[in-house]
Design a protein around this ligand. Structure first.
Ligand code: HEM
Length: 530
């Protein structure tokens, strides 16, 4: 027996030493340093399975490298830790694009026809100029969601829809709900009514349920080698959803929808994508619009209501921008202009940014289309994958200071005596070519929802005290994780709120982008340091 064990141990050690040596020999000295796990190839996979995106933070702390190589079966991966290199990689978007990885994910998730997939492939990385489906689709999304008439229309519609949902009439005598589930429903309705208009398929609660079940299982379409066998349920949910979108488009629903929807629909049609496939791609667009906005809203409500100091400060800030008027009949109306929330409520805005810093852990990925010497220093081999984990920047003490692990709702408040953080260190909305186009809309929606709740309602945990919400069970792919356990709360009308007074929420001004990402600082003319 002992001899067998010794033989197994001996062989394993020999294999590990052999594979490690082979890995090192296959590594060009100009490549980012190789980190070999104690079990080659499997080590990183096990690390990621165990620690999720925090694994990259662990390696950053252990090796303190600006960029390093990880080897996994069939993959050469460069993981980036330095904000300077994040920017350098994003600048090389033709040689180091996101599209080959992103389009592959779209194909696996949406299961579109061969015809649609061929259209997707054409000039996907923009190597021949700004044409082709992928290029024009994302460009038009960015344009439709940038400051201007289209975004103003969406913001105003969303504020109107949301304020019709969040009314005192619904919470008479208190309403007990699970906070995450409730937030999810309210945001799903407000966002989809805004995007899809009066024929919104999500008005049917069955569509909403199918959508969230699909979202939950979607990772299996990406990771399982044979999803047709192992992820049949998720595929069925996607196909039911796609049928809903198909019926919507066939009946011309998009004509009454948002300018964003009409624009991207026309682009898909113009590129010759069949209607069945436009409907399948729409499943993913809704994921983009809701996937992070829902947990983002949950976290802001959780932090505001679970901390009496934050709640008091936010209420004080909002009270300053409430204007009261009287109708001819003598009825009082309180009005909050959401434009003023964005320009005159620095604490609320800082709280939202801190939520993104503290809770989001998105990863930006790129692929090297050819050998490239990054910053004349690091050789990136053709075919390799680049990983830029937001988490490593968000948790870097050198970038945020010694209190980096603390949730500090005032961290982003600008003050002449305070050194501003490096904008590149904030990755809540990613960056570069794939910078989130929905960031301004989502920010307005989340701030509007918070303003409506905080001014009119109290939220109290049914258990009597707030339990710290954790995110240990988060899937590795979640950009903004939801809580491990939902929290049962009671929503009641805030003490002192006069129920005879009408509350109105408006958006008076045309959208002025708030500097959220490093790119916004550049657009707004504020310097972006690295
Ligand atoms: C709090 C809410 C949101 C967060 C935290 C968020 C975050 C992100 C992140 C981290 C990325 C990836 C960036 C990268 O790879 O570098 C992204 C991409 C994207 N987001 Fe958002 N997002 C939010 C809301 C929205 C909304 C409301 C929409 C649409 C209405 C949207 C549409 C998209 C799209 C289409 C992309 C892909 C962009 C491209 O590849 O060019 N997002 N988002």
């Amino acid at each position: 027996m002992q001899t067998i064990i010794a033989a197994i141990v001996g062989t394993s050690v020999a294999v590990i030493v052999g594979v490690s040596a082979w890995l090192r020999l296959g590594q060009d000295p100009r490549e980012p340093p190789l980190i070999t796990a104690s079990v080659p190839f499997l080590g990183p996979i096990l690390g990621i399975m165990k620690r999720g995106n925090k694994y990259y933070g662990d390696l950053r702390d252990r090796y303190r490298l600006p960029i390093y190589t990880l080897r996994m079966p069939g993959a050469r991966i460069y993981v980036v830790n330095s904000p300077k290199l994040f920017t350098a990689i994003q600048r090389q978007h033709k040689i180091l694009p996101h599209a080959p990885i992103g389009i592959n994910a779209v194909k696996r998730i949406c299961g579109a026809s061969a015809k649609a997939n061929t259209i997707l492939d054409e000039n996907m990385s923009g190597e021949h100029g700004e044409w082709g489906y992928a290029q024009t689709y994302y460009k038009s999304m960015h344009e439709s969601l940038s400051a201007g008439g289209g975004l103003d229309f969406m913001n105003r519609t969303m504020i109107k829809v949301l304020s019709n949902q969040i009314t005192t009439g619904r919470f008479q005598g208190g309403l007990k709900v699970k906070l995450f589930q409730w937030t999810r429903h309210e945001i799903t309705l407000a966002t989809t009514n805004t995007v899809y208009g009066p024929l919104n398929p999500f008005k049917d609660e069955r569509a909403e349920k199918t959508f969230w079940d699909f979202e939950h299982g979607m990772i299996s379409l990406l990771l399982h080698p044979y999803p047709g066998i192992t992820a049949r349920k998720t595929i069925k949910q996607r196909d039911i959803l796609a049928e809903e979108y198909y019926r919507f488009f066939q009946s011309g629903g998009q004509e009454q929808g948002s300018p964003l929807l009409r624009t991207v629909f026309d682009i898909s049609k113009g590129q010759g994508v069949p209607l069945e496939d436009i409907a399948k791609f729409e499943c993913l667009s809704t994921i983009a619009a809701l996937g992070n906005t829902v947990p983002g809203t949950f976290w802001i409500l959780y932090h505001v209501y679970s901390d009496p100091v934050i709640l008091a400060v936010c209420r004080e800030e909002l009270a300053k921008i409430v204007t009261t008027s009287r109708t001819e009949e003598g009825l009082l109306t309180n009005t909050i202009d959401i434009s003023r929330v964005k320009s005159e409520c620095p604490v609320l805005l800082s709280l939202w940014q801190e939520i993104l810093r503290y809770h989001t852990s998105g990863i930006s990925v790129r692929m090297a289309l050819e050998d490239h010497l990054l910053e004349n220093q690091f050789l990136l081999k053709k075919g390799s994958t680049l990983i830029m984990p937001g988490h490593v920047l968000h948790t870097d003490e050198g970038l945020w200071g010694p209190d980096v692990d603390k949730f500090d709702y005032e961290r982003f408040i600008r003050h002449p005596s305070k050194k501003r953080h490096n904008p590149v260190a904030f990755r809540g909305f990613g960056g570069g070519k794939t910078l989130c186009p929905g960031r301004h809309f989502a920010t307005t929606e989340i701030l509007a929802m918070t303003a409506m709740m905080v001014t009119q309602f109290d939220v109290i945990p049914v258990q009597g005290k707030w339990i710290e919400a954790t995110t240990h069970n988060t899937s590795i792919w979640a950009v903004t994780p939801g809580p491990d356990e939902d929290i049962e709360v009671e929503i009641t009308i805030r003490n002192g709120v006069d129920e005879t007074v009408d509350w109105r929420y408006t958006l008076s001004d045309t959208d002025k982008p708030i500097a959220l990402a490093a790119e916004d600082f550049a657009t707004l003319g504020t310097e972006s340091k690295e």
